[in-house]
Design a protein around this ligand. Structure first.
Ligand SMILES: [Ca+2]
Ligand SMILES: [Ca+2]
Length: 104
């Protein structure tokens, strides 16, 4: 078990390392209103993500509970990491990992 001081250091280090990567990933997300190939790819990817999200959202409340993802290995294994605000469910933005694509 980590001492509190050690885990704080580890957390700060993780944040320092993760932040630039997250910023890079974010800037690579194509804007959906682009009129070119990248916009097209983005729209297709968003559409696929919507289908996967809605397919898992059995009660159609716009978020995925632990139960709803129980048959989906990636989502259930990474549930805690994906649930960034720790409210016990994965919403659309947590599902796609950024906030640049609105669901509809
Ligand atoms: Ca749901
Ligand atoms: Ca959440």
């Amino acid at each position: 078990m980590n001492s509190p001081a050690h885990s704080l250091t580890a957390t700060l280090l993780a944040l320092a390392l993760a932040a630039p990567l997250a910023a890079t990933a974010q800037s690579r997300i194509p804007s959906l209103d682009r009129d070119d190939r990248l916009g097209e790819v983005g729209r297709a990817a968003r559409q696929k993500a919507v289908e996967r999200f809605d397919g898992a959202d059995a009660n159609k409340d716009g978020k995925l509970s632990r139960e709803e993802v129980s048959g989906r290995p990636y989502l259930s294994e990474n549930f805690d990491q994906l649930d960034k605000n720790r409210d016990g469910s994965i919403d659309w933005e947590e599902f796609i990992g950024h906030d640049r694509w609105k669901k509809e």
